[in-house]
Design a protein around this ligand. Structure first.
Ligand code: DHB
Length: 308
């Protein structure tokens, strides 16, 4: 009843971690995949070189969500390519690759293409936290250019991680670009970039990097995430699937993401808060909602949002 297909790869279940949470080490990835409620794990976005990330504290939680400026701490591309290339008892693993520069991104994707890995790769066009590196996917021309270069040689399943957009002109422009390529999926949304949380008592920001500016996640970004999933589902070729990410804290938000058109749903802030046990609760709550509404399968309501 809970299943999805991306690039002819079948997923049992529909829940995943959002990249960045519980996925930096092989042990964390293995723990995710060991949960019967987890359909797939997405690796921490990787760079060519190992990175320790930004100075701490680089993550802060508050009632409505979280703010982070992790700065791409990761064990390096080879580490994750090695992990995803192993057999994971039939569960697909998604390899997330960062794009700090066009040449590095292309070099890493060439190495994926030349490797034995047959799964799905996700090209992260939307990291907001590296000083001096703008989010690629807010530059439409560069996005078009980089995807043109990539698809000259990349023949395996490839999706992109997108930042949130806030204007219909941008939904239209980005969808027009994405529809020109044989993408397996989009993952929408990355954190809302460069928010600022202010602690009034201390009169200070709460994370150290970038004078407190960081990516926002959690409950407060749900409407933005749903808008992006919905807007892209209405615009993208049907064979480009959608991983809905942003604002999930219970089964209700999982249901809403699917209603807007998500095929898989991933969870960041709330997974960081509650740990892997969260997935059982989310699946249980989703199945309860479906049961009350008389739905046997997510195919019966996926993308079927009603409008007035
Ligand atoms: C980081 C944050 C992101 O939102 C992302 O897409 C990649 C990396 C980070 O700060 O580590």
């Amino acid at each position: 009843r809970l299943h999805a297909t991306i690039a002819d790869i079948n997923f049992e279940g529909i829940l995943a971690n959002a990249s960045g949470v519980h996925c930096q080490t092989k042990e964390e990835l293995a723990e995710l995949l060991a949960s019967p409620y987890v359909a797939t794990a997405v690796t921490k976005s990787s760079t060519k070189e190992v990175r320790t990330g930004n100075p701490k504290p680089s993550y802060y939680e508050f009632e409505q969500g979280s703010i982070n400026s992790m700065g791409l701490p990761n064990n390096g591309f080879d580490y994750y390519l090695d992990y995803v290339s192993q057999d994971h008892s039939q569960k697909p693993v998604i390899l997330s690759v960062a794009s700090l520069s066009m040449t590095e991104g292309i070099e890493l994707l060439k190495r994926v293409q030349d490797s034995d890995f047959q799964g799905i790769t996700e090209f992260n066009l939307s990291c907001p936290n590296v000083v001096g590196k703008p989010q690629v996917a807010y530059d439409f021309e560069t996005t078009h250019q980089i995807l043109t270069e990539v698809f000259k040689f990349f023949k395996k399943p490839l999706g992109v991680k997108l930042p949130p957009y806030f204007d219909f002109a941008h939904f239209d422009q980005m969808a027009d670009i994405l529809n020109q390529f044989p993408l397996s999926h989009i993952n929408s949304v990355n954190s809302i970039g460069n928010g600022l949380y202010v602690d009034v008592e201390t009169e200070a920001s709460v994370i150290k990097p970038k004078k407190g500016f960081g990516g926002l996640g959690g409950a407060m970004i749900l409407p933005t995430a749903l808008a992006n999933v919905r807007a892209f589902r209405e615009r993208l070729n049907p064979d480009i699937k959608i991983i809905g990410t942003g604002g999930v804290t219970s089964g209700e938000e999982v249901f809403a993401h699917i209603l807007c058109g998500a095929d898989l749903v991933s969870v960041g802030t709330e997974l960081q808060r509650q740990g892997i046990g969260l997935f059982e609760k989310l699946q249980h709550e989703l199945l309860m909602i479906m049961n009350e509404k008389g739905y046997q399968s997510i195919d019966e309501f996926k993308g079927q949002l009603k409008t007035m």
